[in-house]
Design a protein around this ligand. Structure first.
Ligand code: KIV
Ligand code: ZN
Length: 512
């Protein structure tokens, strides 16, 4: 019989622990809204005790979303649990997720606690969480490296005081699929009250096995999977939502479960996550990479033309990649734009649509065909990035074979206009020098990359920069049909993100 598989999305919490992935509250709200549309069952919105910013974001997500469960992470301390509850008390479906480490190495070196103390603390935490809500998840951090019998003891104790979900994390991405499946079976067989809770798994990808371990666990009896979009997360990342969902969708006979995710929203959601976090998806990434449905070899192309199923195990449309990607031109109207953006997963308010429509017309004047990628860039820059301190107002660059490149830039800084000029080794260097002068930034440019969003010489260039300052790392992105303007936008976006990180220095990754 097919059972329900609960999809617990932690893009906003563990995903945000990816280096440089921090999102502001408006970005988190937008992503949470998209995750709800995608059909995940639980959204782990953040770790409220980690920072005021996290608390705010979780609280606003809890107030807005009505169909998903909203989980808040907390250690087992009363102060963490109080804070988590304050952030989600007003949610339609709140869940507290509390955790403590159970492996010998974590208990000895991190917690400095005995096994008895850990069991007692876990029970106190769950009991206290239960005083707020029925819906309590308990995680045994570093569960896969814990003593099996002790792990079962901790789980039994947590369930005995009311945990409704128990989560088995492979925190350091150490497990191998068969071994992890055996552990899940062991937990089911040796936790006496296991039938009173849902068994969940949470895997990390240090050995590239997070999805494989998660799927093996599902076959062994796990009924909740903790995942992130694009697999972003701490270090090598978490289990990728799209890999798990599409494995189950593509090979239904091998899995005794079904998820309620709308697969056609997978691609737009993936794009949204990379736009917001600045973390690009590698081209050969399963399901959502740019090459995932590209057939290069002649024999393959020939086969796909005769029958796509010769080399395609999934249809691109199933994950929301439109086969007809060429879309709008300068004669397209507002209505066509709205409905196409909706297909791409962006539901805009009237004001937002008006803003994007104006930018779309400007772009369509420069570029014959406006593609999905162009629209995504417009939406990202026009709407998804908010509350910026620095904005580009004007850029003029002189460059060529016989002159020393020079840039003049006008910016709005905290609402005030300022302009300056500087020279550089090339037009982009001159532009960056001027922006650095205007903003007074102390940051260092650690990486600069440029890619064409679509084909043709009129393609928009997309620039990604990585900036570092006093240990903080921020990614900035910008797109424009002029690559120097795209570079300026990316640099300014990175500087805004650095400012955000400076204002919210105490991020979740520093707490865990
Ligand atoms: O990886 C991990 O162990 C976690 C827990 C907090 C669930 O993220
Ligand atoms: Zn984790």
């Amino acid at each position: 019989m097919t059972e329900k598989l609960i999809i617990f999305d932690t893009t906003l919490r563990d995903g945000e622990q990816s280096p440089g992935a921090s999102m502001n509250t408006a970005e988190k709200l937008r992503l949470a809204t998209q995750l709800e549309k995608l059909g995940v069952d639980v959204i782990e919105a953040g770790f409220p005790a980690a920072s005021q910013g996290d608390f705010e974001a979780v609280s606003q997500i809890a107030a807005k979303l009505k169909n998903c469960e909203i989980a808040a992470l907390a250690r087992t301390s009363k102060s963490d649990l109080d804070c988590a509850w304050r952030a989600i008390a007003h949610a339609a479906k709140p869940r507290i997720h509390t955790f403590i480490a159970t492996s010998d190495i974590h208990m000895k070196y991190k917690l400095n606690m005995s096994r008895e103390e850990v069991i007692k603390t876990a029970m106190e935490g769950v009991r206290y969480a239960k005083s707020f809500t029925e819906n309590v998840e308990f995680s045994a951090e570093d569960g896969s490296r814990s003593d099996r019998d002790f792990l079962c003891q901790v789980f039994a104790a947590a369930i005995s005081v009311g945990a409704t979900t128990i989560n088995l994390p492979d925190t350091v991405g150490y497990a191998i699929p068969e071994e992890f499946a055996n552990l899940v079976r062991y937990v089911i067989a040796h936790t006496p009250n296991i039938e009173k809770a849902i068994l969940s798994v949470h895997c990390h990808n240090d050995l590239g096995l997070a999805a494989a371990n998660t799927l093996a666990a599902v076959c062994a009896g796990a009924r909740q999977v903790e995942v992130t979009v694009n697999g972003i997360g701490e270090r090598a990342g978490n289990t990728s939502m799209e890999e798990v969902v599409m494995s189950i969708h593509t090979r239904p006979n091998l899995f005794p479960v079904q998820a309620r995710v709308d697969t056609t929203l997978i691609h737009p959601t993936s794009r949204l996550v990379s736009m917001i976090t600045g973390i690009m998806v590698q081209p050969n990434k399963a399901i959502v990479g740019a090459n995932a449905f590209a057939h290069e070899a002649g024999i393959h192309q020939d086969g796909v033309l005769k029958n796509p199923m010769t080399y395609e195990i999934m249809r691109p449309e199933t994950i929301g990649l439109s086969s007809n990607k060429l879309i709008l031109g300068k004669h397209s109207g507002r209505h066509a734009l709205r409905s196409h953006l909706k297909e791409m997963g962006y539901e805009l308010s009237d004001e937002e649509l008006q803003l994007i429509f104006t930018k779309f017309k400007e772009l369509a004047d420069k570029k014959k065909h406006v593609m999905d990628e162009d629209l995504e860039a417009l939406v990202t820059e026009g709407i998804l990035r908010t509350a910026d301190i620095f904005r580009l107002e004007y850029l003029h660059v002189s460059s060529g074979t016989t002159i020393h490149p020079v840039a003049s830039v006008k910016m709005s800084i905290n609402g005030r206009s300022a302009e300056s000029t500087a020279y550089g080794n090339g037009p982009i260097d001159a532009t960056f020098n001027t922006i650095a002068k205007l903003t007074g930034t102390q940051s260092e440019l650690l990486r600069f990359s440029i890619a064409a969003l679509t084909g043709g010489t009129d393609a928009q260039g997309e620039v990604t920069v990585r900036l570092g300052e006093n240990g903080l790392i921020a990614i900035g992105r910008g797109a424009d049909s002029d690559i120097i303007t795209a570079s300026a936008k990316a640099y300014i976006n990175g500087l805004n993100r650095l400012e955000y990180l400076k204002a919210h220095p105490f991020t979740a990754s520093e707490v865990l």
